[in-house]
Design a protein around this ligand. Structure first.
Ligand code: BG6
Length: 493
């Protein structure tokens, strides 16, 4: 996490401040940054919503939600300090007059700061409104200072490559690329950031990090939750667009990227784009060979009966949306030639568990012939959540009089170092306040990631999967995803 503290007075303008993300993630993140003394000395949060709420009503609503979602406990002293920085502001997203009023309000804050403050616009709204808001910001000159004004955009960033390119061009009419912070919250997760530290802060792993020593890489993001209240959104999205195009490909980039020359944001983002460019593009007749889709039927998750996806609110009875996706990627570059990168994600799976497995190659020759049946190849597991650790699995002698080997594990546990780690949004919001773009997606990254999934996306959108639902809620997904890795003699770990 960034050690700095933003110094210039800043007004944070949240579009969609009465929405779910704001209450669960944004306000708790700002509150925790405030308690940690990381917010700028002068700051104001302008919470924009359609409804005619009073300030008092809105602040009570935020306070109640902080009780549920804040990492740190709410004390009356901290709350008293924090709430003084919040102002509710009624705004109609599509009315120019609302933006003119907003302009006035921002100038009032600037007067109090005694200087033109920085402006951080947070678009916590549906993707359909991005162009409306961006156009109004442009027409009313709300973001007139390229050095001081920034915009944060939530995913989904477009729904395919073409729409992402259009969105990028539209934003470019109002903002320079350095002002645009496209969020992928997985990049803010402590354990995901640790991949860089682990790979490039040590001398012993990097020499082994290639096709000569690594047999395969697996990335799993399994969720226990279903679509909750987001049926309408999810029905149009599915696992490929919701998770693989962004979160899983970003993790893959962290694992596969070449060492950056420095930690400069442009350098790191260049190395990630290199990875995306090197991912082998497949043809439409190869989709079934490289990718598996699934949709959950009813089942039992964690001992509780769960409905099937098609029975959830807002979902069509004959829905063709995938709630599970597994893909095998190859990277056509010198380091990773012929190493399969298996990625999978799904909803209503057996357990919530996100992890990366680096499977090393087996020994070329076994010295321990008699006990060779016990030799397992080395494996490195990076647990992202809810476990947050790194495990190195290797062989060791079983204590005793005979020379018998057994697999053992060496564990680095994040919690043992620090029990209370910052939430991804705390890290990302602080970086945006500081103007550090490293953990945000650049326009070419987003477009390239859409290009990577394009063929699979087109095939899945245009052909109906008659096997749906093809996995039980509470399982590890459809059996075809097992076949995807077994074909190459591998197993999901
Ligand atoms: C979001 C997806 O980006 O990430 C959700 O839209 C998903 O469908 C969520 O549940 C997972 O995030 P986390 O941090 O809970 O793993």
């Amino acid at each position: 996490m960034n050690e700095n503290k933003a110094s210039h007075p800043t007004t944070i303008i949240i579009f969609g401040a009465t929405g779910d993300l704001a209450k669960r993630k944004l306000f708790p993140a700002f509150y925790n940054l405030y308690i940690d003394g990381r917010m700028p000395k002068g700051f104001n949060i302008l919470a924009l919503g359609r409804a005619d709420n009073t300030n008092e009503y809105f602040k009570n609503y935020i306070k109640e939600n902080l009780e549920n979602f804040s990492r740190k406990k709410i004390t009356s002293e901290d709350w008293a300090g924090f709430q003084a920085h919040i102002t509710y502001f009624q705004n109609q997203l599509d009315e120019e007059s609302s933006y003119k009023n907003l302009h006035q309000k921002l100038e009032e804050f600037d007067k109090i700061y005694g200087t033109r403050g920085n402006r951080l616009f947070y678009l916590s709204i549906g993707p359909n409104f991005v162009s409306t808001i961006s156009n109004h910001i442009k027409n009313t000159s709300l973001a007139s200072d390229a050095k001081k004004d920034r915009i944060i955009i939530e995913k989904p960033f477009g729904h395919d490559k073409q729409s992402a390119m259009e969105l990028n061009s539209l934003l470019a009419e109002t903002f320079e690329e350095e002002q645009i912070y496209r969020i992928d919250h997985y990049l803010g997760k402590e354990t995901v950031q640790n991949i860089l530290a682990f790979r490039f802060g040590n001398s012993i792993f990097e020499p082994l990090w290639d096709h000569k020593h690594i047999e395969s890489v697996q990335i799993t993001v399994a969720e226990e939750v279903g679509v909750e209240t987001r049926g309408a959104f999810y029905e149009q999205t599915g696992a490929l667009k919701d998770m693989i195009q962004n979160h899983l490909l970003q993790i893959l980039c962290m694992v596969a990227m070449e060492p950056p020359a420095s930690l400069e944001s442009g350098e790191i983002r260049d190395r990630k784009v290199d990875v995306l460019k090197s991912i082998r593009r497949i043809s439409s007749d190869q989709v079934d060979h490289y990718a598996v889709r699934g949709q959950y039927g009813k089942g039992i998750v964690n001992g509780v009966e769960a409905k099937g996806y098609r029975q959830e609110d807002g979902i069509a009875e004959d829905s063709n949306t995938e709630t599970f996706a597994a893909v095998k990627f190859y990277l056509d570059n010198e380091r990773w030639q012929d190493v399969p990168f298996y990625v999978r994600t799904g909803k209503k799976m057996k357990e919530k568990h996100s992890y990366i497995t680096i499977q090393f190659k087996p020994l070329p020759h076994s010295t321990f012939s008699e006990s060779s049946q016990h030799l397992s190849a080395n494996r490195l597991i990076i647990n992202i959540q809810p476990l947050m650790d790194i495990r190195l699995q290797f062989m060791a002698k079983k204590p005793g009089l005979s020379l018998v080997l057994k697999p053992v594990e060496m564990i680095f546990d994040n919690f043992a170092c620090q029990e209370d780690t910052p939430e991804a949004y705390e890290t990302l919001l602080l970086d945006a306040l500081l103007g550090d773009l490293t953990l945000f997606m650049r326009s070419d990254q987003v477009e390239e990631a859409w290009d990577v999934v394009k063929t699979i996306q087109e095939a899945w959108e245009t052909t109906k999967d008659s096997s749906f639902p093809n996995y039980e809620a509470g399982s590890w997904g459809p059996k075809e995803s097992i076949a995807l890795v077994e074909r190459q003699g591998h197993n999901w770990v």
